[in-house]
Write a protein that binds this ligand. Structure first.
Ligand code: ZN
Length: 315
């Protein structure tokens, strides 16, 4: 279904046909990119996907943000992976075809950062083949938090993985993150050039918080309008609750990423609450649910400053 053809409410001018690219924000200069703290030798272990580490090298988190400067260093390439881990292998069975999905692609988004957004990772999943098409990943620099409060916030969030320096080297402001994200959407022809809505694709999030609450809050903090493509999304928890009704009823509380994975007998890969890893695991849940027969349709729509939830039985 073509999202671009939908007519949306435009209360408070919020969601008319806005895109950051239409504004006159200065594009970040790429010439002042920080030098990665990872040197070809003696690099800190900032690797992810630990339970795959027996088979995999740690992921280069500069590479995930298009900023690795050591792609020609054999030592660095020996030490860090520059290919993303695959999702789980899926055997497509002609006798048991996958359900027809309302979208061709899913954009699995899992933000990190409660005070301000610190990480913006997206896994682009092909709904028909259940494979990853691409990933988008940026660390995000808060706009209001500064100085020692920011340092403490980053240490609290990323210190456990020793990623503070890497975050410091690479984090960019939220509006630059969205500009880069919009370029990436265009590369994949996922955005209607006129309406600026998503084309044949939809965001999938684990809960409503990311797009209902945090993105609008961050837009206000950053002083930018809310882009129109954040007008609707699929809350995977609602799909899970309705599709696996029996299992969900047995639990008193709403399923989270970990409890959904437990219910599906899946093991977590990587570090929970590192956005890139969580988006990877949520994409694996989407893959599993779709191969079980679930249809991922829109669960929430923003109409002006109101959000309408489309499922009766919801978290
Ligand atoms: Zn690298």
């Amino acid at each position: 279904m073509a999202l671009g053809s939908r007519v949306l409410g435009s209360g408070r001018g919020f969601l008319s046909t806005f895109s950051l690219k239409r504004q006159s924000y200065c594009q970040a200069s790429r010439s002042d990119e920080a030098t990665p703290s990872i040197s070809p030798c003696g690099a800190p272990n900032h690797g992810r996907f630990e339970d795959l580490s027996r088979r995999r090298k740690p992921m280069c988190l500069y590479f995930t943000q298009n900023r690795c400067q050591y792609m020609d260093s054999p030592e660095h390439l020996e030490k860090f992976s520059h290919t993303f881990p695959e999702l789980d292998p899926v055997v497509l069975d002609a006798a048991r075809p996958l359900p027809r999905q309302p979208f061709d692609k899913f954009l699995v988004l899992d933000l990190e950062g409660k005070v301000e957004i610190l990480e913006f990772p997206v896994v682009l999943l092909d709904a028909k083949t259940l494979t990853v098409v691409d990933r988008f990943h940026r660390f995000v620099r808060p706009c209001e938090l500064k100085g020692s409060r920011l340092q403490a916030y980053i240490a609290g969030k990323y210190g456990r993985w020793k990623l503070e320096r890497l975050w410091e080297d690479t984090a960019i402001p939220f509006q630059e993150t969205l500009l880069a994200f919009e370029d990436w959407l265009e590369q994949h022809s996922l955005r209607d050039p006129e309406s600026h809505l998503l084309k044949n694709s939809a965001f999938v999030t684990c809960g409503n918080w990311d797009i209902k609450t945090k993105i609008p809050e961050q837009c206000i903090t950053s002083g930018i309008p809310l882009p129109s493509y954040f007008c609707e999304w699929i809350n995977l928890k609602d799909i899970f609750l309705n599709f696996y009704n029996k299992r969900a009823r047995a639990k008193s509380k709403a399923p989270g990423m970990l409890s959904m994975m437990r219910s599906l007998d899946m093991r977590v890969q990587g570090s929970h609450h590192l956005g890139l890893d969580d988006a990877h695991n949520i994409a694996r849940i989407v893959q599993k649910m779709e191969s079980d027969g679930a249809v991922l349709s829109i669960t929430a729509k923003r109409r002006g400053n109101r959000v309408e939830f489309l499922f009766q039985n919801r978290v």
